[in-house]
Design a binder for this molecule. Structure first.
Ligand SMILES: *Cc1c(COP(=O)(O)O)cnc(C)c1O
Length: 253
């Protein structure tokens, strides 16, 4: 998949986006929420740079990558392109690091990322804060929680989230903006919904403890195969790749 990224036309992306937006609106309505409370992050890991430019044309300015190296490369390519065109979108594009992050890749990720969704340990948060401080910036991060019963590689345990959140909020150069989870790989609808409900419960509990203050407001959950369920359960950020670029392919989860 990484060897030959797909080219996808602007037209196709616009059509797919239209469908995704309609699904989000319907799911939001079922939950009594406004569709405007849900932001789409276009996960571009399987497409080429032309397709990423086409995302911008379609109005998608939140872009996500799951590997630090590819994130850094794409950021640089797009940045140069927008800069040369003196495109006003330049200031609107936000890059999201959504995949597992190792501490030795933090420096690379920070050359590009505006938001890191996948912080799942104290040591990783500390590394990000330290690097950010050296750059005299504050980086938005989300705490990834493992809400499914499966043993996934990433995400802190549900029982550890509150304490970790507290510790993160005492660090100088990161800002905790919410929680992130991945639905179970089984894709079984009941298990998927339970995982999303669980994340919202953890979020509510942390809110009650006043962790993170006003900037703690996001639930990043839902991918191509389960974003409607995620929106029904309170997602404010959905991370979508396949459904935007290749809706005929079987969903990843
Ligand atoms: C790839 C990926 C996505 C998007 O997955 P799709 O099923 O293609 O929508 C979302 N989140 C993370 C962490 C990913 O790695």
């Amino acid at each position: 998949m990484f060897a030959s990224p797909m080219a996808v036309t602007a037209n196709k992306i616009a059509k797919n986006l239209d469908r995704v937006r309609r699904e989000i609106s319907a799911a939001a309505a079922r939950a009594g929420r406004s569709p405007d409370s849900v932001r789409i992050v276009a996960v571009t890991k399987s497409v080429d740079v032309v397709a990423i430019k086409n995302c911008l044309k379609a109005g998608l300015t939140d872009l996500g990558e799951s590997r630090p190296q590819q994130l850094a490369e794409r950021f640089a390519q797009l940045d140069e392109y927008l800069h040369q065109r003196r495109d006003s979108l330049h200031s609107e594009v936000r890059w999201h690091m959504v995949g597992h992050l190792q501490r030795n890749k933090v420096k690379q990720a920070l050359t590009a990322a505006d938001v890191i969704h996948s912080v799942d340990s104290l040591r990783l948060a500390e590394e990000i804060s330290m690097r950010a401080e050296a750059d005299e910036r504050v980086v938005d991060i989300m705490l990834q929680v493992n809400c499914s019963q499966e043993d996934q590689k990433s995400g802190c345990a549900v029982g550890a989230a509150l304490h970790l959140g507290e510790m993160i909020c005492s660090m100088r150069s990161v800002r905790l903006t919410g929680l992130m989870t991945m639905g179970p790989t089984s894709g079984e609808p009941g298990a998927t919904r339970r995982a999303f409900v669980r994340l919202r419960e953890v979020f509510d509990e942390m809110k009650q403890e006043k962790i993170g203050g006003d900037s703690f407001k996001h639930l990043s959950m839902g991918m191509s195969g389960d974003y409607a369920t995620a929106v029904e359960e309170g997602a404010t950020i959905v991370r979508i790749g396949t459904a935007l670029f290749d809706p005929d392919a079987p969903a990843v989860n």
